[in-house]
Design a protein around this ligand. Structure first.
Ligand SMILES: [Zn+2]
Length: 413
């Protein structure tokens, strides 16, 4: 493509398209620097790289204000070119050929094990022969052999006596001594130092590990590019705050905790549209159950909570969740905090002069959605994550300072 000169900067060429509500501009790299020195925040994420946009409708569309799951999917699709696919295939081929090699090792390992077992058996057999004075036992057969074909009745009786004497000696005291000797010998052989690797089948373990890794990559691959699964999710949630990954996670928690299928997230409140304040909040949520709330703070932290409990403006009290399905989440940290059994009476708190409040103030917003605090870990479990500063963990600062809030009624069947 022919390079377009920047009319503001001689010698510079247009790199990006900058889209704003009321105008669209072509900008060069120096334009960006100018904007920065004027302390206008340049969000490179939002600039549309001209060359890439002309090449790829996926890339171009992903730069517009479309819903997050669609955007994330188009970004993936844009990066999914022949080269990237070849690389993925190559990684799989490497893994598979590693497994082929390890299979040969496993085969060798089993052969070695078989030899070891036979060796051990021989060792044990030697000991058994000593204990039983096996030669003595075999003597009757030798005796008969020496007699040739002329075996007489007396010979048989004679040998029966010898054998009986032998067996009496061997099994005296109800086999007590024999037993003890056998146990001692087996125990001694068991203690003999061996190659410690032998017992643990290291090659087989390695095969298991490599197969697990192949399995994981395959599952990841399927999920990443499976449009069918993606479309289901995108139809259920059309908001902007939750990532595609987060939605899948939230849906699977909801479905397993409530033992029902999620059919839709119906948006009932959007902060920037309906007003980020207690009055607007309560007018939309009043009397509703099964609400999923997603918040974004001024630090860009994304977090939220779900509760099946009913939100009632005037109860001025905690609401109990007997289903134990309430939880808080942090998308930023990729963490889930479930309601503690001992605190199930404090799933949410409803008060007309508060904003959304979960737990004994695990999340607490003032009516302005700016003031408030977080005592994460009080009613919701977070010990598993060893969080250093719980009061800033969700918000990114000590107060919520919410810039956006999406609230959905979760439709189940
Ligand atoms: Zn310029």
């Amino acid at each position: 493509m022919k390079q377009i000169p920047c009319f503001k900067h001689e010698g510079s060429f247009i790199l990006f398209i900058k889209v704003e509500k009321d105008k669209t501009e072509f900008v060069c790299d120096e334009c960006c620097l100018d904007l920065q020195t004027k302390s206008v925040n340049v969000n490179y994420q939002e600039l549309i790289h001209v060359k890439n946009a002309l090449k790829s409708p996926e890339f171009f569309l992903s730069k517009l204000k479309i819903s997050t799951p669609v955007q994330e999917y188009l970004i993936k699709l844009d990066k999914c070119n022949k080269q990237a696919m070849d690389n993925i295939l190559e990684e799989f081929e490497t893994k598979i050929s590693q497994i082929q090699n390890i299979l040969l090792e496993v085969q060798q390992e089993l052969k070695n094990q078989v030899n070891c077992i036979l060796e051990k058996k021989n060792k044990i057999r030697d000991e058994l022969q000593k204990i039983t004075q096996f030669d003595k036992f075999k003597q009757f057969a030798i005796n008969f052999q020496q007699l040739g074909d002329n075996i007489k009745h007396e010979d048989i009786i004679q040998n029966e006596k010898i054998l009986h004497q032998y067996l009496e000696d061997l099994t005296k005291n109800d086999c007590n001594e024999l037993n003890q000797k056998l146990i001692d010998v087996l125990d001694r052989i068991k203690r003999e130092p061996e190659d410690p690797n032998q017992e643990f089948y290291p090659q087989y373990r390695e095969l298991e590990r490599q197969f697990k890794s192949l399995n994981f990559s395959q599952a990841e691959f399927v999920q990443q590019f499976n449009l069918i699964y993606f479309v289901q999710v995108a139809i259920i949630y059309d908001g902007r705050l939750m990532s595609y990954y987060q939605q899948q996670k939230i849906m699977s928690i909801l479905q397993s905790r409530l033992n029902k299928k999620v059919i839709n997230f119906q948006q009932i409140y959007l902060g920037t549209r309906d007003g980020l304040n207690g009055q607007s909040f309560w007018s939309k949520v009043q009397g509703n159950t099964n609400l999923l709330m997603i918040f974004k703070s001024k630090s860009g932290y994304i977090f939220g909570g779900f509760s099946p409990c009913q939100w009632q403006q005037y109860v001025n009290a905690y609401v109990q969740d007997n289903t134990m399905s309430s939880f808080i989440f942090s998308q930023t940290h990729d963490q889930i905090y479930h309601l503690k059994e001992a605190n199930k009476t404090q799933a949410i708190y409803c008060h007309q002069s508060y904003g959304p409040t979960f737990g004994a103030y695990d999340i607490y917003f003032g009516a302005d959605f700016q003031s408030g605090s977080s005592n994460l870990g009080t009613s919701y479990q977070c010990d598993q994550y060893q969080i250093a500063t719980k009061n800033t963990h969700l918000f990114g600062q000590t107060t919520p300072n919410i810039v956006e809030c999406e609230i959905y009624q979760v439709k189940l069947c």
